[in-house]
Design a protein. Structure first.
Length: 260
């Protein structure tokens, strides 16, 4: 008898809290016969196999199944699973947004609450998340307190349907050119557009979402050109931008007060 089946007979007997002698009495055989089965020295005949299956409340297939069969079954499941993973997945929903998963593992989700991207390249793994609460790159949060007022200013307050145009453009390049990732970077155009209008309206460059522009540029060079370095150094220009134009803004305000 196969040693795996012998071990299974031991496990099933113990699960039923039966001794070898008690099992032998149930089957009407000697305890020595049960002992030989469990040591793989002999095999139960067909009648005893049927009785064992009934006693343990399992099928004959389960009783006699070997690890080789389990392996082949698992390999088949894995093959089917792999075949499933080898296909690109695209789901568009009015309530849940756009969800794209490419066969290489890259995943993009654009919903009403924000954008989430996972790049699963074996040599270049990164996660990016952007919503009104902040920007997260590889689970590290980047402070965007400066943008919060801008978010309120541009969010649904302008008649030009920039959001609709961006979504249409994203769907087009995704369907026509299979560029779901990194095509999601187009969504950065929305805050850039509205913050630019706000900056022009208030004559204040500090209202422009400069960090969004920087993250779009870094995303392009990182995801498309695989050049996160030195592209990430552009982040250092963000405090420079706010320092320079913050100082200019302060001078302008001071001059206006003096004129008054």
């Amino acid at each position: 008898m196969n040693i795996e089946i012998a071990n299974r007979l031991v496990q099933l007997r113990k699960q039923k809290n039966l001794s070898q002698e008690a099992l032998a009495n149930e089957l009407g055989i000697s305890r020595q016969a049960v002992s030989k089965w469990e040591r793989a020295e002999a095999s139960p005949d067909t009648d005893n196999l049927i009785l064992l299956a009934k006693l343990y409340d399992i099928s004959l297939d389960e009783l006699l199944k070997t690890d080789q069969e389990s392996f082949e079954s698992g390999a088949k499941d894995k093959k089917e699973h792999t075949a499933e993973e080898d296909r690109d997945y695209v789901h568009v929903s009015l309530t849940k947004g756009i969800h794209v998963k490419e066969k290489n593992g890259d995943e993009v989700h654009v919903g009403w609450n924000g954008i989430h991207v996972e790049s699963n390249d074996k040599d270049d793994r990164h996660k990016f998340h952007f919503d009104k609460n902040g920007v997260y790159i590889d689970d590290e949060k980047y402070d965007i307190n400066e943008w919060k007022q801008e978010w309120k200013d541009y969010h649904y307050h302008y008649d030009f349907p920039i959001g609709v145009l961006v979504v249409m453009a994203y769907l087009y390049i995704g369907i026509a050119h299979d560029a779901w990732h990194p095509g999601w970077l187009l969504f950065g155009i929305i805050p850039l557009f509205h913050s630019m209008l706000s900056a022009y309206r208030h004559r204040d460059l500090l209202r422009f979402s400069y960090p969004v522009l920087i993250f779009m540029i870094i995303g392009y060079y990182g995801f498309v050109q695989h050049a996160w370095y030195p592209a990430w150094l552009l982040i250092l220009t963000i405090p420079v931008f706010y320092s320079i134009f913050g100082y200019i803004h302060h001078l302008c305000k001071s001059n206006q007060k003096k004129d008054i």
